[in-house]
Design a protein around this ligand. Structure first.
Ligand code: SUG
Length: 442
């Protein structure tokens, strides 16, 4: 029996507001404000604990080693670590911020994952995202690939592909633009890939699109998904211009359900009809109009960046950011969808404000990995979120994280040591082995 498991990215100790997210309004608006990495990590852990307490399979993915000194040397800074950091702070603060970004917390962008009933060899296929559209995120791929291999170790069950070549034509942002639909828990699912840019079409909007159709097609081909069960759909260009930089900011699907804004897709009717046709039964949709929730309210609250989960008793729960509760129009629409006889039965609210201020909601923080019983048993056991792991990770965060961070702190050589000590300890807690470059050369 296939169940959806969620692997959340643990927020790293260098979490700060760099203003780095292209087309991401929250990231731009909060640039240079002081962040609280400890609170950010604890908020993330609370969400994981909340989902695990609902009876769901919850896993955790480790953060990256930051600041990335190797990157700073590759862009021309030289000398001791202290000198490299000081020069970067003085001459190129944006590059220091990129080198220190904790953006890997948004594990929806870590990779695209295909479920074993959908692939030719009945293994789970994983392609880490190349994230080439933004410098700070492009630095994640190598460690993400190592972390995914250490988490999903067994070659019998998991096929790890290299990331797509690092070219803008093949820009890939992973599962944030991919949704698997299904009618049951064992047959081949339907995979929807949503892209922002089709290189054949004109794409001159306010913000550049981050996912290309060519990249989505390459991942689908690499995973050898069935063509009659794979759909490619264009995002609505107006949504991208309004600040919808990933499809998961405007639509979320789960099983045979789709919660979406009327501005999500360039060709809404075609997407809904093609999904139903490929599924072989009607899709259960919740369509939200501009009049009900404006694009701006959707982006500010991240309503569509909710998770839809099936509880062990079969009920369907919406997992939303606290910001939804605080927006009257959004909260009214959520309550209306629970009260009507649509697919959503209940809602749970989580405060993930530190992540939200960088444009990352509940669904950005998780990578969905549909697994059957054997595959679940083959996952690194220490990656599963248990009450014991929660306790250990809380103690680890309390011991190693600062409660205030600004750009200049990233240039402090003591901070580099602090992060490395924390991550050395973490790889032991999570049983991951040496996944960080600094562990290989030490
Ligand atoms: O890529 N923010 C991330 C947010 C990613 C959200 N993920 C999904 N929608 N799946 C991004 O824009 C901001 C970092 C900063 O400004 O410091 C950032 O990278």
């Amino acid at each position: 029996m296939l169940v959806e498991t969620n692997f959340d990215g643990l927020v790293g100790p260098s979490h700060h507001f760099g203003g780095l997210g292209v087309g991401n309004l929250a990231s731009q608006a909060n640039k240079a404000q002081s962040s609280n990495p400890r609170e950010a990590a604890l908020q993330g852990l609370d969400k994981m604990a909340g989902l695990a307490a609902l009876g769901l399979h919850q896993g955790v993915l480790p953060p990256q080693a930051r600041p990335d000194l190797d990157f700073l040397r590759r862009v021309g800074f030289s000398g001791t670590d202290a000198k490299v950091l000081a020069q970067a702070l003085r001459d190129a603060p944006g590059l220091l911020s990129a080198a220190g970004s904790a953006a890997s917390m948004w594990s929806a962008n870590a990779a695209t994952v295909s479920a074993s009933p959908d692939t030719w060899d009945s293994r789970v296929h994983i392609t880490p995202a190349n994230l080439v559209s933004q410098t700070h995120r492009s630095l994640e791929t190598a460690t993400t690939a190592a972390a995914l291999k250490a988490t999903f170790r067994s070659e019998r069950y998991f096929a790890h592909h290299p990331a797509l070549p690092a070219s803008s034509q093949l820009a890939d942002e992973g599962a944030a633009n991919h949704t698997r639909f299904s009618v049951d828990d064992h047959t081949c699912g339907v995979n929807l890939f949503v892209y922002g840019a089709d290189l054949k079409a004109d794409g001159a909007g306010r913000f550049p699109a981050r996912q290309t159709r060519l990249a989505s097609e390459a991942v689908a081909r690499q995973h050898r998904l069935r063509s009659d069960r794979t759909l490619f759909a264009a995002q609505h260009p107006e949504a991208i211009s309004a600040g919808v930089f990933h499809n998961d900011v405007i639509a979320v699907g789960h099983r045979n359900m789709l919660l979406y804004h009327e501005m999500a897709f360039a060709q809404e009717a075609t997407v809904v009809d093609s999904l139903a046709h490929a599924l072989g039964e009607p899709l259960r949709t919740v369509r939200i109009t501009q009049a009900e929730v404006s694009l701006d309210a959707a982006i500010q609250s991240y309503l569509f960046n909710s998770q839809i989960v099936t509880l062990p008793d079969g009920r369907t729960q919406l997992i939303v950011a606290k910001d939804c509760e605080e927006n009257p129009a959004v909260w009214a629409r959520i309550n209306a969808m629970i009260e009507d006889d649509g697919p959503i039965d209940a809602v749970t609210v989580f405060d993930v404000r530190q992540s939200m201020r960088n444009g990352g909601g509940p669904a950005c923080l998780r990578l969905r990995v549909p697994l059957n019983d054997d595959e679940r048993a083959a996952v690194n056991p220490d990656s599963w979120f248990t009450p014991e792991l929660h306790k250990a990770l809380k103690a680890w965060v309390d011991a190693h994280y600062r409660d205030r961070l600004q750009l200049a702190d990233l240039a402090d050589p003591a901070f580099v040591t602090e992060v490395r000590e924390a991550l050395d300890r973490l790889t032991v807690v999570l049983g991951l082995g040496s996944i960080y470059p600094f562990q290989q050369t030490a």
